[in-house]
Design a protein around this ligand. Structure first.
Ligand code: AP5
Length: 214
């Protein structure tokens, strides 16, 4: 199964991806996570990416296309992949098409989660993450059983992403509408697009996605 998850920041791409990769036994490839790991490690790429991410802008296409090209060549992608947060521009989508053609592979579905901006703002400002294992929480919608303690690993450092403040979120939403939303038509015209209502409970949205992937 070769999938793309498309949708604005906070639409639930990362949350829902976890369920899909378990079922289909494919890796989740999140360009955002790869870039944040590079920032944490202090690599040259991480240093370059940080200024774009902190400003809510997109990292240059050649950087993320290079990341994806290398990642798709790894062995664990042989059975398929779920791209989370890539592509985000028409140039990235064209580059992905070429990489897949060269590998003799085809996309199956582009799942697009639709969520209105006021809901996105609530989700992003309230998101919290466990620094130890990466489990995601929300101050209203998904609290850990014991405040400040991760349900999954028991870690006690639950933090807020640096780009989850209102000013950066509003830039990210604008960038999405200007540069990423055109991909809805791009993949629609090519017959890959599956639009999903992304408002509802975690379980309801999961079921909508599974129905489409059947
Ligand atoms: P990235 O890390 O990809 O962030 P994003 O696209 O902005 O997406 P998010 O991770 O913020 O949201 P999500 O849809 O995964 O939502 P989630 O499931 O966490 O990118 C970050 C930055 O990296 C970019 O701004 C850019 O600078 C750079 N970058 C990355 N890829 C790039 C690319 N291809 N090209 C160039 N630059 C790139 O959910 C959010 C919250 O809502 C959570 O707290 C969750 O618990 C909650 N929630 C989820 N579902 C529900 C629900 N149904 N009801 C209530 N709450 C819910």
């Amino acid at each position: 199964m070769n999938l793309i998850f498309l949708g604005p920041p906070g639409a639930g791409k990362g949350t829902q991806a976890k369920q899909i990769i378990t079922k289909f036994e494919i890796p989740q490839i999140s360009t955002g996570e790869i870039l944040r790991a590079a920032i944490k490690e202090g690599t040259d790429m991480g240093k370059k990416a940080k200024e774009f991410i902190d400003a809510g802008k997109l990292v240059p296409d050649e950087v993320v296309v290079g990341i994806i090209k290398d990642r798709l060549a790894e062995k664990d992608c042989e059975k398929g992949f779920l791209l989370d947060g890539f592509p985000r521009t028409i140039a990235q989508a064209d580059a992905l098409g070429k990489v897949l053609d060269d590998m003799g592979r085809k996309l199956n579905h582009v799942v697009c989660l639709d969520v209105p901006n006021e809901e996105l703002l609530k989700r992003l400002t309230g998101r919290r993450i466990c620094r130890q294992c990466g489990e995601e929480y929300h101050v209203m919608f998904k609290k850990p059983a014991k405040e400040g303690v991760c349900d999954k690993c028991g870690g006690t450092d639950i933090y807020q992403r640096a780009d989850d403040n209102e000013e950066t979120i509003s830039n990210r939403l604008k960038v999405y509408s200007d540069q990423t939303q055109p991909l809805i038509d791009y993949y629609g015209e090519r017959g890959f697009l599956r639009r999903i209502d992304g408002v509802g409970s975690f379980e309801e949205i999961k079921n909508r996605i599974f129905d489409v992937l059947k």
